[in-house]
Design a protein around this ligand. Structure first.
Ligand code: APR
Ligand code: PHB
Length: 394
């Protein structure tokens, strides 16, 4: 088999890149280790920046998203019982975000691609990348017991944090930047109306809380829990009870509880490698970086990597701009680091840190007041939350 771009991984990064390239007439094949059902079974984030929405539209897969997505013009932030409304639209000069589940976005992209087309392979085993430093890289894998070789011009590593792509780069070539946090998020999804029409990010001495949603009838809530916590220790009742204790009384009394459709714990981590290209391999999305979810940036950052690589590939195949290829890593990393900073900032601002002393507590409280008591402070939160401008064209 041969193609122009071999895409490793059919998560949102791989599927979105594949769809954009396909529409532009640039041949690509997606190779995914899991089955379609497995990919769709993962519950992930749900806030799309305008840039991500625009890419879905450009990819021609936005019909359901435009119909069902909820435009949010603000968020609420709470600290020490003080509730601040962050008017994203006013503060960012008219921008908003769209609440639409990553799972739904993945489903739309998957359906557009087709699940058994000749250019997408699910349940591929032993995916291996070869000759990345040559001009003729290739990928091998096994499908239904048959060994397959896929020759290509470039490889897009969209296979997430645990994928094979980043591991195919010699470790001596990569610098790793990492921060782990001493807590995780326990998430619960329920078919109950959300407690508020907008998202609420709240600090509480018992730990951080996020009140999110997927639709007018489906809520998503998160509680900060110690890393040692086990999901089986959390009955639905215990979850709802703890959520209520961490919210101001007026919000807690408006909570509509119900059975959990899903409950899971995810650790929080900041992670970046540099550079995010090696020879003819590019890393995108979670393969290249992880952010803690407090700024809703994970999926959106994956989309901005897709934007960068897609525009570079358009330059290469439509204008012969081969010079752009080596610039992918530098262009993408500029925006990646800003999203890492915002995600770290929101995490530091709103979580309870087990080792914090009296001085760090005052600093955290003062940061909250400093950023929320002036338009200048609120504006920096708003412009990051709705998404900084794309770095390409540079
Ligand atoms: N070969 C082929 N595919 C692989 C391999 C491999 N060796 N390893 C992993 N994969 C697949 C996974 O099964 C998964 O479907 O790559 C895909 C990676 O998808 P994601 O982990 O969703 O990563 P990405 O597409 O970059 O999405 C960005 O944003 O909200 C965040 O973390 C969240 O997944 C989200 C991410
Ligand atoms: C979610 O709805 O899952 C969600 C929303 C906002 C975040 C993180 C997760 O910051």
């Amino acid at each position: 088999m041969n193609t122009r771009i071999a895409i490793i991984g059919a998560g949102p990064s791989g599927l979105l890149l594949g769809q954009l390239l396909r529409n532009a007439g640039i041949d690509n094949v997606i190779i995914e280790r899991q089955t379609p059902d497995y990919v769709l079974g993962r519950i992930r984030a749900g806030v799309l920046e305008q840039g991500t929405v625009d890419l879905m539209r450009e990819a021609g897969v936005s019909a359901r998203m435009d119909r069902e997505g909820l435009v949010h013009e603000g968020i609420d932030m709470i600290y020490g019982g003080t509730r601040v409304h962050v008017d994203l639209k006013r503060l960012s000069g008219g921008k908003t975000v769209l609440v639409y589940g990553q799972t739904e976005m993945t489903r739309d992209l998957m359906e557009a691609r087709g699940i058994d087309g000749p250019d997408i392979v699910y349940a591929a085993e032993d995916v291996t990348l070869h000759d990345l430093e040559s001009t003729q890289p290739y990928v091998t894998f096994r499908k239904d017991g048959v060994d397959v070789r896929l020759d290509c011009d470039y490889i897009a590593g969209c296979d997430g944090y645990h994928g094979v792509s980043r591991k195919s780069i010699p470790t001596a070539r990569l610098q790793t930047f990492e921060r782990t946090y001493p807590f995780g998020w326990l998430g619960l999804l329920a078919d109950t109306p959300p407690v508020n029409h907008e998202l609420i990010y709240a600090h509480h001495p018992r730990g951080f809380v996020l009140c999110s949603q997927r639709s007018a009838t489906r809520s998503r809530y998160y509680l900060q829990v110690p890393l040692t916590e086990q999901v089986q220790n959390w009955s639905d009742d215990r979850f709802w009870d703890e959520l209520g204790r961490r919210l101001p009384a007026d919000i807690a009394s408006a909570l509509v509880t119900g059975p959990a459709l899903e409950k899971s714990i995810a650790p929080l981590r900041s992670f970046v490698v540099e550079p995010i290209q090696h020879g003819r391999l590019f890393l995108l999305g979670d393969a290249a970086h992880i952010v803690p979810p407090t700024g809703a940036k994970g999926l959106n950052l994956a989309a901005s990597d897709v934007n960068t690589l897609y525009r570079i590939m358009l330059g290469v195949y439509e204008q012969g701009r081969d010079d752009l290829v080596e610039r992918y890593s530098a262009i993408a990393l500029k925006r990646i680091w800003k999203a890492e900073r915002f995600s770290w900032f929101m995490t530091s601002l709103l979580h309870e840190f087990p080792d914090s002393d009296a001085f760090s507590r005052r600093m955290q409280e003062t940061d909250f007041r400093y950023f929320t008591e002036s338009d200048a402070g609120l504006r920096t939160i708003a412009e990051n939350y709705v998404g900084l401008p794309y770095a390409f064209p540079a």
